[in-house]
Ligand binder design. Sequence first.
Ligand SMILES: Nc1ncnc2c1ncn2[C@@H]1O[C@H](COP(=O)(O)OP(=O)(O)O)[C@@H](O)[C@H]1O
Ligand SMILES: [Mg+2]
Length: 357
Amino acid sequence: MSQIENIPILPSQTSVVSKKDETGKPSQETKTIVYKSEVMRQLMKMLDRVAPSAATCLILGESGTGKELIANAIHERSNRKNRPFVAINCGALRETLLESELFGHEKGSFTGAYTRKIGLAEAANGGTLFLDEIGELSPGIQAKLLRFIQEGEIFRVGGKDPIKVDIRLISATNRELDVEVGRGNFREDLYYRINTITLHSPPLRRRKDDIALLVEYFLARGANRFLNRGRQMSEEAMKILIKYDWPGNIRELQNACERLQILADGHVIMPGDLPEQIVNPEQKIVVDDYDASVTLYELEKRYILKALNYFDGNKTQAANALGITIKTLYNKLHEYGEFEKYAVHVKPKAPGTGAGA
Ligand SMILES: Nc1ncnc2c1ncn2[C@@H]1O[C@H](COP(=O)(O)OP(=O)(O)O)[C@@H](O)[C@H]1O
Ligand SMILES: [Mg+2]
């Protein structure tokens, strides 16, 4: 464990070294993965299979979907669980700093290197190294990382002798790494080395079954629960939370719960306590990805209403832009039960109010 003492305190979000107490248990409480959805059930099953192996894992998913939590869970379910879990955010440091952070440096190897420093890869020896945002790595570091993975050896910056290091590598990114490979931004040989197993951390909008459980969990465990406000979500408020798409995923949900717990009027959080952008979100049309929860009918409806809003309710302009006749547009609006709402030619905009139900 003496290796770990050399690790500098880094700005938060840069790296995490999980320290173990004498009993070998992590000193912070182990992080629970809360879920009940089928996609997450499948993912956890996969995780149980993969964790005991030595395979490198690549976790893909949007920001805030719990990639770091998954990486940690792999470590905790492996036979390396009593050894360090070291996480580093590759996007948070510029190249030279990242190299010395990752591989360490010898005394005097550059201006400011007053002492020898053990890098995070070396500190993770025997354990797991988690490279978050690996898609951000510069070509220089990619080459050094590839060498490390192939040879199992590192060189400290300014060091002459290779140092044997045994780690299990887990990486994560919110980029489409195969696309980055195609574009020449990410080395193909490195890509194949880091993704023996690929795990997909699904966005929260694809596992809405988890929302209620997560909300309960965050409200019960929130740092501000002692305020004794917002301990519970009312049924109506929960419905709204489930309807919302959570672009920031679980991180956004966690933050929302924390704010609600502080700001709520009473014990039970009511719809009126919810922030406006959650109650009336700007509906985004995302079509780059298939979404099993959206039917073609629903997508068309959203798109048509979006067009109408864009043209301030002007149906002629909307129909023209959509490439349909005005008659078709009328028919659609009748079908949606939205005809009355758009009966007036130009919908006057009330500035600053989002009060449209
Ligand atoms: N299934 C889950 N259950 C409980 N907390 C979760 C879950 N998924 C994510 N979180 C929490 O949400 C936040 C974001 O997760 P994180 O692993 O940092 O996401 P990512 O690395 O994908 O951006 C963290 O505070 C994490 O503990
Ligand atoms: Mg992360």
